[in-house]
Design a protein around this ligand. Structure first.
Ligand code: UTP
Length: 405
């Protein structure tokens, strides 16, 4: 892109500050900046945080643990047969920045061990290995990274020998980035020659899989189900045959593993129906009315939180792949250079990142099996270093489940 073209593009979207240091740069860096301006979609930038009115919210039917236990053998045998037929693969969402944990390395490289090394990635691989041991065959694992952590993630898997998993079954792909702005919608510079960008949320995982050529692997191997899961829940069961069997038998397009909320204010997205379709209301969008709603028997009506472990039917994903997801504006700490060219490392949020979220995909699909799991055994998310959903709390839960730390 030529300088004139860049000026026109930036003027049209009110972002001319990005060329503030252009004249100071050497030709190579000037070109880097111009190419990035050409490649960046600035239309995502906005400052209006109102995500619009929601539809009519009503409770959703939940398949509870007692029902699951009664039908466990039936679900297990259907699930194992799907896995043995090669119909099930797993997708690890590891493109996030993990800013709350405060480590520069990919979150999965965090060592939760105490007397030995035990990395988050290793915990997850161990959990999948439980299933491959039971089924007797390998499961394809797709790993989503971002430009920021791709090399480090791949390097770490290689260095650790894929934690004993078959490397032919591990496939990495990179998600897209989006610009980050200040509170007035002005996109930050990370360097004088580099626009500040961050991963564009976990909602684009399937289109990023498509872009990264992963859908050929899906098709060539006859994969029909994708179990998508977050990097931070070290206790989650992955490609869990009981969950696979239950979702298949339900006839739903997607299954969601949920937990009974620990308290009405727990920071998890709550699953419900919105205008009769499955939907998730994020904890920060929860109204008092929803928080206090009760069934006639006194049970809370919106008491199940999503764990970011979903089983999608590939056929249905292909049907929605072109549809756009709502954009969420998230306040974050964004390191940048100021108008004087000084590097700033903020200690509190100073602007917006723009993300689409996987939870919005659920609303696009026909029918969701809401599958309850026991939080003591399947929910130990690591978001923070200490306190709630932290390294500390996850260590306690790992110990409770017999994992040696
Ligand atoms: P979180 O919502 O916890 O975000 O991601 P995060 O970026 O990892 O962490 P914070 O908020 O900065 O502390 C939930 C899951 O979605 C993945 C994360 O890696 C995690 O598995 N994710 C998130 C992506 O893969 N890409 C993204 O752009 C964002």
């Amino acid at each position: 892109m030529l300088l004139d073209e860049a000026i026109n593009k930036l003027e049209a979207c009110n972002q001319k500050q990005l060329l503030r240091f252009y004249n100071e740069l050497d030709p190579e860096k000037q070109n880097m900046l111009l190419s990035q301006i050409e490649a960046t979609d600035f239309s995502v930038v906005r400052t209006d945080k109102d995500s619009g009115a929601r539809g009519a919210i009503t409770p959703i039917e939940v398949t509870g643990m007692s029902e699951i236990n009664l039908r466990r053998n039936e679900f297990m045998s259907v699930g194992l047969s799907e896995i043995r037929s090669g119909h099930v693969a797993a997708v690890l969402l590891a493109g996030g920045m993990g800013t709350r944990l405060g480590s520069d390395a990919p979150k999965g490289m965090y060592n939760v061990g105490i007397t030995r090394d035990l990395y988050i990635f290793e915990c997850l691989i161990n959990n999948i290995k439980d299933v491959t041991k039971a089924s007797g065959n390998s499961i394809h694992l797709f790993v989503m990274t971002s430009d920021r952590n791709n090399d480090a993630t791949i390097g770490f898997f290689r260095e650790k020998n894929y934690f004993g998993y078959d490397p032919d079954y591990v496939h990495f792909f990179i998600q897209d980035m989006a610009p980050a702005s200040d509170y007035n919608g002005k996109v930050y510079l990370e360097e004088k020659w580099k626009i500040s960008t961050s991963p564009n949320g976990n909602g684009g995982w399937y289109s990023s899989m498509a872009k990264g050529g992963m859908l050929d692997i899906v098709k060539d191997n006859g994969i029909e189900w994708l179990n998508v899961f977050s990097v931070d829940n070290v206790l989650q069961r992955i490609a869990d045959p009981v969950f696979v069997g239950a979702t298949k038998l339900s006839g739903c397009s997607v299954g969601a593993k949920v937990i009974r909320k620990a308290s009405p204010d727990e920071r998890v997205g709550v699953i419900c129906l919105e205008d009769g379709r499955p939907s998730i209301v994020e904890y920060y969008e929860l109204t008092d009315e929803m928080r206090e709603a009760k069934f006639p028997n006194g049970d809370p009506a919106y008491n199940f939180g999503v764990t970011l472990n979903y089983l999608f039917r590939v056929e249905e994903l292909n049907a929605i792949i072109g549809k756009s997801l709502p954009l969420h504006i998230v306040e974050k700490k964004i390191p940048h250079i100021d108008e004087h060219g000084e590097h700033i490392e903020p200690d509190k949020p100073n602007g917006y990142k723009f993300e689409t979220l996987i939870l919005d995909m659920i609303h696009m699909l026909n029918g969701c099996l809401v599958f309850e799991v026991d939080r003591k055994h399947e929910f130990a998310p690591i978001k923070n270093r200490t306190g709630v959903d932290s390294v500390e709390s996850a260590r306690e839960l790992l110990k409770l489940n017999g994992v040696i730390l």
